[in-house]
Design a protein around this ligand. Structure first.
Ligand code: ZN
Length: 411
């Protein structure tokens, strides 16, 4: 997705603000000798920003607008070291609500819906983002916050909530409780807006079936406003994202060069109008791709594919970047396989080799099946693996998360 002239001029405004605020990024730019970009090529020379930069700026080093204009901060979780503090101006808060309203609208949610919000409130961007967007839309908000399933279900019935905003795991828990209690006919939910976690197709199906609702994936991260920068529409062909607020590039996480639309890589985000803490070329480490072409819904907003994992999961085989989730996607197409598989990467006779072990029952021709799988991987991902088909039960199983990828090159 090429950067437009309008987007370029917005980037230049952000560059000026960052330099005059003397922020970490302003300094990076000065070190790189860049104070202005006038085309794609120049934009792609701008230094990246990383989570580490944001942590180093703790507590308020990201603040780019004058203090009197900052109305709020949010913080991302600090599982390792210091958290990240993101300051927002009133305009940032409003822009975020506008984007979030657009998300609801894209999901076909209107001002006559009743939206039950279960993500947390507070330093997190979750709950309040869902709320501000819903209020902007004019819908009725039921601001529950997380937990207290008893009360959630009571309010869901009494208030006749039509939309559930939640994490996938909590949606599943609620779905199971509803089924267990046999109260499905007293639930009025039609749609679920699900954010913040990676979730599998199986889980999605279960929630969808048990609750009988349409599900929408919302994308976002605290560093870039919060949830609400993109969502899928009813055609479910990827998540539309709001390119009047953010510019997205997909880069090869190894060479750091942009990849063409339709190719998997790391999502890098530039905020175009953010005031409190603008970010330029922020590496999310989330893996996805820009989906080329137009969506049947007719939306003019570009699309991002499903988040396929994190860059840390990436493997490089014969010069091709591969992610375990891509292999998993291919394997899922073969109904004769069990859900277990193992990927082994080794360096044999000067070449990187990927072996994929899969399981099936004795009724199929192992050789023929392995040939078909190898061919499919080749056509989808671009290299030919060695596929070994084994009897069901042969691959190791463990109570904990099974280790599915073994890289023997570094052992
Ligand atoms: Zn669409």
């Amino acid at each position: 997705m090429k950067i437009s002239d309008l987007q370029l001029s917005q980037v230049n405004d952000r560059i000026n603000a960052l330099i005059s605020a003397g922020s970490f990024y302003g300094k990076k730019l000065e070190d790189a000798g860049i104070t202005h970009v006038s085309n794609q090529e120049e934009f792609e020379k701008l230094p990246f920003s990383e989570k580490k930069d944001l942590r180093d700026a703790y507590p308020l080093g990201l603040m780019t607008a004058p203090e009197e204009e900052i109305v709020r901060i949010h913080s991302s979780s600090g599982t390792t070291g210091l958290p990240v503090i993101i300051p927002y101006t009133a305009k940032d808060v409003d822009d975020w609500a506008i984007m979030f309203r657009r998300c609801y609208e894209t999901a076909g949610i209107t001002n006559t819906d009743r939206i039950q919000i279960t993500p947390g409130y507070g330093l997190w961007t979750a709950g309040i983002g869902f709320q501000n967007g819903a209020e902007k839309l004019g819908a009725m908000v039921i601001p529950m916050g997380p937990g207290n399933t008893e009360k959630q279900l009571q309010m869901m019935q009494d208030m006749k909530s039509t939309v559930l905003c939640s994490t996938s795991s909590y949606a599943l828990l609620l779905a199971e409780e509803i089924q267990k209690r046999g109260i499905k006919d007293r639930i009025h939910l039609k749609k679920g807006v699900i954010g913040s976690e990676r979730w599998g197709e199986k889980m999605r199906k279960r929630i969808q079936e048990e609750l009988g609702i349409e599900l929408y994936d919302i994308y976002g991260l605290t560093e870039i406003y919060g949830p609400g920068i993109g969502i899928n529409c009813k055609y479910d062909t990827g998540m539309h994202y709001w390119d009047d607020y953010i510019y997205i590039e997909i880069i090869d996480p190894v060479t750091l060069k942009p990849v063409p639309d339709g190719q998997m890589g790391e999502i890098v985000i530039t905020t175009l109008v953010k005031e409190g803490a603008p970010l330029i070329r922020y590496r999310t480490h989330d893996l996805s791709m820009i989906i080329p072409g137009e969506c049947p819904c007719g939306s003019r907003y570009p699309r991002l594919g499903t988040i396929m994992g994190r860059t840390d999961d990436m493997m490089k085989i014969k010069g091709v970047n591969v992610f375990p989730s891509q292999i998993e996607e291919v394997l899922k197409e073969f109904t004769e396989l069990s859900s277990e598989y193992q990927i082994r990467i080794s360096h044999l006779e000067g070449k990187d080799t990927m072996r994929i072990y899969v399981e099936t029952n004795g009724t199929v021709d192992f050789v023929e099946l392995s040939g078909r799988i190898a061919e499919r991987v080749k056509s989808r991902i671009g290299f030919t693996p060695l596929v070994k088909v084994v009897e069901i039960g042969v691959l190791p199983r463990s109570e904990k998360k099974t280790k599915r990828v073994i890289d023997e090159r570094y052992e």
